[in-house]
Design a protein around this ligand. Structure first.
Ligand SMILES: [Zn+2]
Length: 304
């Protein structure tokens, strides 16, 4: 079977052909049209163009922003705002005349890494994205776990556990609550924390660069970040006890982050032994298209 994976980014759409063995054999990128009808048309054209080079119809998986409302089936919370309130699933399935599998970016990331990335060979994988935002996805024995409300793995919007006194003056989160992990662990969260403590305005990657150059304040910011990562993940370990946690997104490039988290976990996890391994992602920016394509293998072929 051939699969086509599509990543619906806000500025570009990427689509790939994945051969039966998982190899990517073709890739196309186009700018994302900024209105709904044009985007559906573009997605259709991309699939038809890639499929014209294949011996048979492909199974199509889509990595989408935002989420589908379980109540209405319509898109919500997408930063590509023209998608919100639309029946993306049924409209695209009608345009392409087939069943299509959909998952959000954190879920696609978890699937991609669990299938043949840093989490390959592990039974339960928790995939974490720490970048502009913070999210997560759960894969158990090759199956993506989404849950009845489609929020499984939404790690970014639980509160920072075991806060210190200083952390109790908690930052507001865009979701309407306060002190969510995302407000501490995302790139903007790291940047805001560094500003609160030092008065310096630095982006996440600049804080990393300063730390590598020996800046003690930047190092301290990364230490606080690693400790908060450990606290956030300790809650996941207490509930899910995954075999592997895979870190992705821009901040997963912080040097030695996995080791720093592993060193701090025993303080917080409710066990005298921790067997969960923390690993950095292998597939980088390709997780959206790769995970979207792998959605079919993980859940078994279905009739088109
Ligand atoms: Zn929140």
């Amino acid at each position: 079977m051939f699969r086509i994976g599509i990543d619906m980014g806000g500025t570009k759409i990427e689509a790939v052909v994945m051969a039966p063995d998982g190899a990517i054999t073709a890739r196309q990128r186009v700018a994302t049209p900024q209105d709904y009808e044009s985007e559906i048309r573009t997605l259709k054209q991309l699939v038809e163009s890639l499929e014209s080079q294949l011996p048979e119809r492909a199974f199509v998986g889509v990595c989408h922003p935002g989420s589908f409302s379980p109540a209405t089936g319509l898109m919500r919370n997408a930063n590509s705002t023209w998608l919100n309130g639309k029946s993306l699933k049924s409209d695209l399935e009608a345009a392409l005349a087939r069943t299509i599998k959909f998952a959000n970016d954190a879920d696609c990331f978890a699937v991609s890494e669990a299938k043949d990335g840093a989490g390959a060979g592990f039974s339960t994988v928790f995939g974490v994205i720490i970048g502009t935002g913070t999210g997560g996805g759960i894969v158990k024995d090759g199956h993506l776990h989404t849950g009845p409300s489609a929020i499984a793995g939404e790690w970014g919007h639980i509160p920072l556990p075991w806060p210190s006194v200083e952390e109790l003056s908690i930052p507001p989160c865009w979701c309407g609550l306060q002190g969510c992990l995302e407000t501490w662990l995302s790139g903007t969260g790291l940047s805001a924390d560094h500003h609160r403590m030092t008065g310096q305005s630095l982006k996440g990657e600049d804080i990393v660069a300063h730390a590598l150059a020996g800046d003690e304040q930047a190092r301290a910011s990364l230490t606080r970040h690693a400790d908060r990562m450990a606290r956030g993940l300790a809650v996941v370990l207490n509930i899910l006890d995954p075999d592997c946690v895979v870190l992705g997104g821009g901040l997963s490039n912080i040097p030695n982050l996995s080791a720093a988290i592993e060193a701090r976990l025993p303080r917080y996890v409710f066990s005298d032994t921790i067997k969960t391994v923390i690993r950095r992602a292998q597939h980088g920016d390709s997780s959206g298209v790769r995970g979207a394509a792998w959605l079919w293998t993980l859940e078994g072929p279905s009739p088109q």
